[in-house]
Design a protein around this ligand. Sequence first.
Ligand code: GLV
Ligand code: MN
Ligand code: MN
Length: 304
Amino acid sequence: MARGWLEEAGLEVEVDEAGNLFGHVQVPGTGTRRIWTGSHLDTVPQGGKFDGALGVVAAIEAVERAGRGTVAIFRDEERGCAGGRALVSRGALPDAFLEVHIEQGPRLADAGAPLGVVSGVVGVSRGTIVIEGHAGHAGTTPMDARDDALVKAAEVVLRIRETASAIDGAVATVGELAVEPGAVNVIPSRVTFSIDARAPDSERCQQLIDALGFEPTYRTSPAQMAPELRGVLRAEIEARGLPVVELASGAGHDAAVLAAAGVPSAMLFVRSLNGGVSHSPDELSSEEDVALAVDVLAATLARL
Ligand code: GLV
Ligand code: MN
Ligand code: MN
């Protein structure tokens, strides 16, 4: 489907080994820099329609309008930026990357601003924690003779919340949990759960990992967005008489993966409605705000 959108926009389609999809302008513009813009099309279970997809459709419209640039549609972002990371490991990188994305929070709405310029993106560390206990009969094992893995895991989950709360700007989440053997009348013998821990800079990322005491199996570095590109976005927002708001992103993005690999990158956030809810079907931005974002993106592409 996305391929069809790129073709309809008159772009030359390319798919790389990792399944990332690109749409290049067929007649290159006047610039020699390779400027990419885009986002991802995958989503989370019971997710919304805007996270990722908004940046893809905005990119197609803006590249078509500006007559320059490349649309980049990254594969498999939500589970750990697999497409973006594969691209980085191959070294096939652009000279700059711009990503439009729904804010996924309430700050722009609180500030009365339709758009925002991202200053930086948090570092994300993920891993798995396994808690062992002993299986036993739910009816015949006295309460003081149990070694219940789920009760122990519950205590660890509460400690994770306290640990993250004690570090400024840090968050940690347990979002997946598997209980074995998983029967209504058996004391749990093993619990395996995920941990997702985030902080705004490298120091706090390491502090959080050490305090939580887990071995990350997945890690992205915190990334600063490029000052030059942020300046162009700010100027384009200001030129439309809109308030200029800069904000950090607590969500991970392909722009952060590219920025950490040395690609000057920037993100334009679009105001979230419905209290800023995201990773939910209630995720929403208005048509007017989306139109402004496309205008700003197209004008930015024309200037680079
Ligand atoms: C992506 O949505 C993430 O931040 O997990
Ligand atoms: Mn996203
Ligand atoms: Mn997401």
